[in-house]
Ligand binder design. Sequence first.
Ligand SMILES: *Cc1c(COP(=O)(O)O)cnc(C)c1O
Length: 362
Amino acid sequence: MTQVDHTRLFLPGPVEVRREILQAQTAWMIGHRSAEFADLFARLQDKLKRAFFTESRVYISGSSGSGLWEGAVRCGIRDERKVLHLTGGAFSERWAQISAANGKRVDCLSVPWGRAHSAEMVAEALDNKRYDAVCAVHNETSTGVTNPIRAIGEVVNQHEDTLYFVDTVSGFLGTELRVDDWGIDIALTSSQKAFALPPGIAFAAVSDRLLERARSITSRGYYFDFLTLEKSLLKNNTPATPPVALMYAADSQLDTILAEGIEARWARHRALRDATHSWARSRGFGLYAQEGYRSDTVTTIENTLGIDVSALDAFMRREAGFAMDKGYGKIKGATFRLPHMGDVTRAMLDEVLRGIDAFLAR
Ligand SMILES: *Cc1c(COP(=O)(O)O)cnc(C)c1O
């Protein structure tokens, strides 16, 4: 099999990063109060707004995506009110825990792992109680489910006082997301999933409505306070020292992405997903996620053949030079995930699938 100089990441985050993007990080540092930095920030702002399909603004955070989970609920949920979390997988459940850890009053609308939420169930929940926000996960990376974010948004937007918060950590730039058209008040994401950057930087498209809400809340914290971030953003800057090297990487990666075309990038992910599905079916594996809601960026394979996922990872590292996923949380081993996100090509996917075939044929 192919000789490679390193173990390639075939994980649903962190993903494999192209050499050019790694190299973009090695440009000389600049001070973040300089004119050069303001140029970099403004350039990124323009490209990020196109990537999120928003006219408003995109905050850049020197953190992973989890930090912005905290920022969203601290800036958006008033003390005396409640937040509704749509849960049904490891990440949606963790976001609900984080809201509770920040002292917010949380209700969960749960579906079994592997199932999607429907607009109807959200409509019913909102008819029964008033919420400051609904928190949804676009692409539940643990189960491989993509939620109908657009349809749920139509329901949420009928309730004037209810904001719509979306985690698109593993959806953004891999599957369709249109922040303004879909009535989303925050769409937050990390760098190390379909964006195909190194970890350590996170992004959030935030609406005017959410900023207005934040003004009515006193204990928003500091690091993830959107009003503080806004004040700096208006000067093409950040309140604290930003991850400049990662911003260089993002600048370069966004050029590639916009040249590919965002819709074309979504279509590439869809095609890789379809190829993964046919391979899995032909080998006798099941697909864990509910039909009709299967993710374009990650396929969670139901381990119906009962393979030893740790042995698969060891085999793939040794024989093919890939690090493999072994499943996430309570479905680890019973499932494993084949990520087809970021800059994964058909050739790379085929190489992985041939490797798994070799493992199965031992
Ligand atoms: C990976 C992931 C997170 C956590 O993001 P970090 O960048 O690790 O903080 C949150 N939500 C989803 C859906 C994810 O896939």
